[in-house]
Design a protein around this ligand. Structure first.
Ligand SMILES: [Zn+2]
Length: 376
């Protein structure tokens, strides 16, 4: 077990685990969902509101922060926790994924990646060493290795070459990382949708040794069935005493299925981004508040939800806010979506503790399939 970032499995149910990760900024009960705070803010939410949903850890984006306001500026201002007034734990990504998806004129070589900022065209370089250095300046509790994001679909040959490069970068990332108590470094398993390559990647990473292991390169168009197949092929090979993080995932049903397969940590923009486009996640599936059928509806968005958006406001009001483009629509629906995600995780944790995860998952699927409340 990692001494710097201790992880304890408190209970298990099949491959699923109920665990606890201890960081310098508090404990994280797993399975855990990490809201995304891209630019040192979870959009439309105050930090105390994010904490009130139950989140114990946030994700910050290296790519965005290195461009603006820069990691050096954040370090001068006391580090990312102080900068954004979030006293709980923070995980930062390596920046690689956003370089691939947002930056212009990328050039990838063995040394690293150079790219032009999507903001002003300035030329930047990101290497494994630089990415680890930036995350150190930010003060991340969990630092991620820089990896190459393998495109999808991809040939086995290209996937293998990309995975092998990511493993060399993982080794350089480990060498650049400065160990300190309450802070850790996670490796990232690559290998696209090919189980043999995933296992080779796991072997390379466990030989290097990390405080936790992420499964990367999924939820990029392969579909849920294939994603679950890759998780099933990967998780049994990972060390049982280290946390497992499925990057960039996902929908509520993805979280339930991945927890059943032994994943401990998740991040996704879905609950926050959807909250800004009037899409709500509920126990009965997704609800679009812009839909005219909500206009005269006095009922709460989700009658079983205790969040402020559901306790204080009607569907008719949320519909009005969304249609009017009011800022409060984004605030309330983000708050609801994050509350729903955290409550789902709490339900999963309790189900693992009582060894009733399969029943929980079946009830979840049934309720989701029922669909939204019938119109009045
Ligand atoms: Zn709610």
């Amino acid at each position: 077990m990692s001494e710097a970032l201790p992880f304890t499995v408190l209970a298990s149910d099949g491959p699923a685990r109920r665990g606890r990760l201890t960081t310098a900024h508090g404990i994280i009960d797993t399975p855990a969902f990490m809201p995304v705070g891209t630019a040192a803010t979870v959009k439309a939410m105050r930090p105390e509101e994010v904490a009130a949903t139950g989140a114990q850890i946030l994700l910050g984006n290296t790519y965005h922060l290195m461009l603006r306001p820069t990691a050096e500026r954040i370090a001068e201002l006391g580090g990312l926790h102080k900068f954004m007034n979030w006293p709980r734990a923070i995980l930062t990504d390596s920046g690689g994924f956003q370089v691939m998806s947002l930056a212009k004129l990328r050039d990838i070589s063995e040394r690293g990646v150079s790219f032009r900022s999507h903001l002003d065209g300035t030329l930047y370089a990101l290497s494994p060493e630089r990415s680890i250095g930036i995350q150190h300046l930010l003060g991340a509790n969990v630092t991620m290795v820089l990896d190459e994001c393998t495109e999808f679909p991809v040939t086995p040959e290209a996937a293998s070459a990309s995975m092998e490069r990511s493993m060399r970068w993982a080794e350089r990332s480990k060498a650049a990382f400065l160990p300190r108590p309450g802070h850790g470094l996670f490796g990232i398993v690559q290998g696209s949708v090919f189980p043999v390559m995933r296992l080779k990647s796991v072997e390379a990473l466990t030989r290097i040794g990390f405080d936790g292991y992420a499964v990367g390169g999924l939820a990029i168009g392969e579909g849920q069935e294939t994603m679950f197949m890759v998780i099933d092929a990967t998780v049994p090979a990972l060390p049982a005493d280290a946390p497992r993080y499925l990057m960039g995932v996902g929908k509520p049903s993805d979280l339930v299925g991945a927890v059943q397969r032994g994943i401990d940590m998740f991040d996704c923009v879905l609950p926050t981004r959807s909250g800004r486009t009037a899409q709500a996640f509920t126990r009965r599936g997704t609800v679009n508040l812009r839909n005219a059928r909500h206009a005269a509806d006095p009922r709460p968005l989700d009658p079983d939800c205790a969040c402020p958006a559901c306790k204080g406001f009607s569907r008719g009001y949320l519909h009005h806010l969304a249609r009017s483009g009011e800022i409060l629509a984004s605030m309330l629906l983000t708050q609801h979506n994050l509350s729903y995600y955290q409550e789902l995780m709490a339900g999963l944790r309790a189900a693992i503790e009582r060894r009733g995860l399969d029943d929980f998952a079946a009830a979840f699927a049934l309720q989701q399939a029922q669909g939204d409340l019938p119109a009045l």
